[in-house]
Design a protein around this ligand. Structure first.
Ligand code: GLA
Ligand code: ZN
Length: 709
């Protein structure tokens, strides 16, 4: 790959710039660099090892460590007895080395003394059984005793370190997750429902409890769904999921609030988990100063499978979209992860690719779990920067250092924006609702997979996509893609209609607009009917192995006569104002519309009635991109497995060319005037090794004059 540093010496030519967007401020103002480092758990080690760690961190180009994630019992071995002295030393060592610390609150690892003394702090499972002490994140979200203890230790940490030169930000808890079914949480659920519905009559109507005689006559009769209890009231199940997510947000607000009270200017974050279903990230994001997430895609498949790369890109885009700002990849494994059934090794180059992939999608930091591999206990074989071999010349350590060196050269990219013209809707509440209902198929509903199938069409073209939920403002996008939007939250139809009316293009699919936010089916035409210019009569669920065909009859968005295979779900619609672009090829609904377009205001709404093979999704979306003038990061066709992702800095675009395949690839870009970070003119063809990467710069004339570094 072209050597990466940020000397921009040559004379650049004028080039295309994406929609101008101001550069964001650095996430940590005193460290305006790409963060590189990760979870450091020194309480496992002796002071000589700390000294060795300090030396090795220098060699690995680490500038940031996350400290104290599981340190509660090491900081407070018994209630009220505090032992911060070891942490003082580590903080001082980090400050002396010029590194910043993401100081964690330790609530993920409740001490054994706390569980023994305050048993209601322990979580209760869906079976109603209180768990015993052990593992981690094993606490009740409501327990007043636990919340008081959490606030106390957070306050102590903030008071002690708020002015410490090493402190960069607070890392609140760790991977919040799970549900508690204790009496206190159930009572909180009833309180939450009272606020939402006001009275039981409204709740009963929303839940359609008259069917099967489920009518509640007193609030006290309502229990959390699932387990051995109620599983038949969809509205209740959906509300419990909303409540469980809100409970976590409430807990986070208290915990981070304790820090903010003492140290209001120190940024707070917590590490999210991609598409983890229990916590709706859109609900917690407003209370986070910056977004951070943990990514462990590795080794769920063979190295030649592109799926984990496209999923990871999607998840990065989601995390960037949460605040429309740079985020931090808070954790990834420098080597293999310890929970997959097969723990294959990361291939050469793949580590640098993984790090630059995050940056390409908007990360301003790449960090690991963990710095030094534990000698024992549950994560003893999880990959770490310093492995059991304890060597800095080991492959993993060297690749980490390589990435660190490259990140050090990317100060110009810090804060660079990533404006998008496409929004792809992936919505938590919709996902819960789809997974819950008993129709039209229980197998292979695959909401996420369907959204990813749409995402990959953009990814392979190097087109930037914002991944948003259905509550977000859509103005400013050219294209909104909303696959399987089964549940329509209040206000969504109005927002979609306004977007299309104003000139936008909406693409949606089968299984959209069936139920309202309480999961009640719409009666009469779906609220999407007018916008789509059609009404749905029935939906056919196909058995495994059964298929239909979609045959194109139009010649603008699809090639006339093109045939694609359809499976899983085929919706049978009647057009009202829409035109049919393709029709079904067989079965009793042969000839009926399978793809439609409705002109609405100055925009258009495209409807795809069946789940079609990937080539259909690619062809349709690529045509739409051409029609709407949505272009990828670079001109030229990208070979399979390659994406190019752009970030927009001060007057220049940074282009990250990522070879996510396990084969060497030649990339021919049809654009002149690109330079590499050395300032050398780019010749037009790049040969990237398997999992290789390159960074190119497109400059606006004159913008690089006087560029620093
Ligand atoms: C998660 C956790 C870490 C560690 C890693 C690796 O992301 O946050 O503490 O357990 O997984 O297993
Ligand atoms: Zn509880």
């Amino acid at each position: 790959m072209p050597r990466v540093h940020n000397k921009l010496a040559s004379k650049p030519k004028a080039g295309k710039l994406t929609k101008a967007m101001p550069r964001h401020s650095p996430i940590i103002s005193k460290a305006p660099h790409m963060l590189h480092g990760g979870d450091y758990n020194p309480e496992q080690w002796d002071p000589q090892t700390w000294t060795e760690d300090d030396r090795l961190m220098g060699l690995a180009h680490v500038n940031s460590v996350t400290l104290g994630v599981f340190s509660w019992v090491s900081l407070e071995p018994e209630e009220g007895k505090f032992t911060f002295e070891w942490m003082d030393k580590i903080m001082d060592m980090q400050a002396a080395a010029g590194r910043i610390v993401g100081l964690a609150t330790p609530s993920a690892a409740s001490p054994a003394w706390l569980s023994a003394k305050y048993p209601d702090s322990l979580r209760v499972g869906q079976d109603g059984v209180r768990r015993r002490h052990g593992n981690r994140v094993n606490y009740c979200w409501t327990s007043p005793a636990y919340r008081a203890q959490v606030s106390k230790i957070a306050t102590m940490l903030a008071e002690r370190y708020k002015a410490h030169p090493a402190l960069g930000y607070f890392h609140v808890s760790n991977e919040y997750g799970g549900e508690c079914f204790c009496d206190l949480c159930q009572e909180a659920f009833r309180g939450w429902l009272k606020v939402r519905y006001g009275n039981l009559d409204t709740l009963n109507k929303a839940y359609w409890t008259a069917f099967w005689g489920h009518t509640y006559t007193d609030w006290s009769q309502i229990e959390a769904p699932g387990g051995t209890g109620e599983t038949a009231v969809y509205g209740l199940t959906l509300d419990w999921k909303r409540f469980a997510s809100d409970r976590i947000v409430d807990f986070y607000r208290q915990e981070s609030g304790a820090l903010k009270k003492v140290a209001p200017s120190i940024p707070v974050t917590t590490n999210l988990m991609g598409v983890y279903p229990v916590l709706d990230p859109w609900k917690i994001a407003p209370y986070m100063d910056f977004i951070a997430w943990d990514s462990y895609p590795w080794f769920s498949s063979t190295p030649s499978d592109l799926g984990s790369w496209t999923y990871t890109s999607f998840a990065h885009d989601l995390n960037r979209s949460l605040k429309n700002k740079p985020f931090v990849l808070m954790e990834c494994s420098p080597s293999s992860s310890n929970w997959y059934p097969v723990m294959g090794l990361k291939r050469p180059n793949a580590h640098v690719l993984e790090g630059l992939q995050a940056v390409a999608h908007g990360a301003d930091g790449v960090q690991y779990f963990q710095w030094r591999q534990s000698r024992g206990s549950s994560e003893q074989f999880h990959g770490a920067v310093v492995a059991h071999n304890n060597r800095s010349d080991a492959r993993v350590f060297r690749e980490v250092a390589d990435l660190g060196r490259e990140l050090e050269s990317l100060d110009d990219v810090v804060g660079a924006a990533k404006p998008a013209e496409v929004a792809l809707i992936y919505d938590w509440e919709n996902s819960w609702a789809i997974d819950m209902v008993a129709a039209p198929r229980t197998k292979n509903r695959d909401y996420l997979g369907t959204v990813l199938a749409h995402y990959s069409a953009f990814w392979s073209q190097g087109v930037t996509v914002d991944v948003v939920d259905s509550d977000q403002d859509l103005s400013g996008y050219k294209l909104v893609v909303a696959p399987m939007l089964f549940l329509l939250k209040d206000g969504v139809v109005e927002r979609l209609a306004k977007f299309v009316e104003g000139g936008g293009t909406l693409m949606t699919t089968y299984w959209s607009g069936w139920v309202d936010s309480t999961t009640l089916a719409f009666q009469g035409p779906s609220p999407l009917s007018k916008l789509l210019g059609l009404w749905t009569e029935e939906t056919d669920a196909l058995f495994d192995g059964q298929s239909n065909q979609v045959v194109s009859s139009a010649s603008d968005l699809l090639t006339k006569g093109a045939k694609y295979s359809a499976s899983v779900l085929c919706e049978l619609v009647h057009t009202t104002t829409a035109e049919s672009l393709a029709s079904y090829g067989s079965d009793f609904y042969a000839g009926r519309p399978a793809v439609t377009r409705n002109k609405f205001g100055s925009g258009q709404a495209i409807f795809v009635a069946s789940r079609n093979e990937q080539s259909f999704t690619n062809d349709l979306l690529i045509s739409l991109m051409k029609q709407l003038g949505i272009s990828g990061a670079v001109e030229g066709d990208l070979p399979t497995g390659i994406t190019v992702q752009a970030r927009h800095g001060d007057g220049k675009d940074f282009l990250f060319v990522l070879n996510c395949s396990d084969k060497e690839k030649a990339v021919r870009l049809g654009e002149s005037g690109l330079i590499d970070l050395d300032g050398a003119e780019f010749s037009g063809e790049l040969i990237l090794p398997a999992f290789g990467t390159a960074i190119l710069v497109r400059a606006k004339a004159g913008s690089l004059v006087g560029a620093s570094n």
